[in-house]
Design a protein around this ligand. Sequence first.
Ligand SMILES: [Zn+2]
Length: 203
Amino acid sequence: MSHEMRFCPNCATPLQWIASQEDSGMKDRLRCVACHWTHWGNPTPVLAAVVENDRGEALLARNAMWQEGVFGLITGFMEAGESPEQGICREVMEETSLRVKALRILGSWEFLRMNQVLVAYHVRVDGDVKLSPELLEYQWKTPQEARCWPSGTGYALAHWVRSKGVEPQFGAFRPGQSPEPDPVKWPPRPWAEDARFVLPPLF
Ligand SMILES: [Zn+2]
């Protein structure tokens, strides 16, 4: 993360790295010695959508801060007081003017560098695209044309491509980045065979 919490948001005392006993053992965290507030640093939920039109194409958009030729999914932060489903419908409307008429979940992925967790949906929409100032341009891609990339939003797109009976093609998100999907994350495996989630028996 680019910013680190320095002061207690409760009483403004400078935070300190202090080890304390937690369920998982001793844990160093930023804590307040005055009021005992703890900075847990939990990941922030980010919502994403593969937006599909009535021709079966997916919308990819270029963020105003991205270089030419780089396109991604519609994303946004989840807000207090809304469900993830409400949140992604709001984001799609705010960023594209499209109204979501159906949705299903594609999955969730971590984004460690930004301390975020991505929750991705496949949505079908009505209306005409009108981009928010946050987005510069967009394109519609068929499942055959879509190029996926090895990060959460790219794996979400890959799930959509595969749901159309097409084997996803991967490439780098930005020039210079890896084009190769993480073998732990792609291709997806049936849950019963996924060794990541098998815990040793307790007894
Ligand atoms: Zn405090």
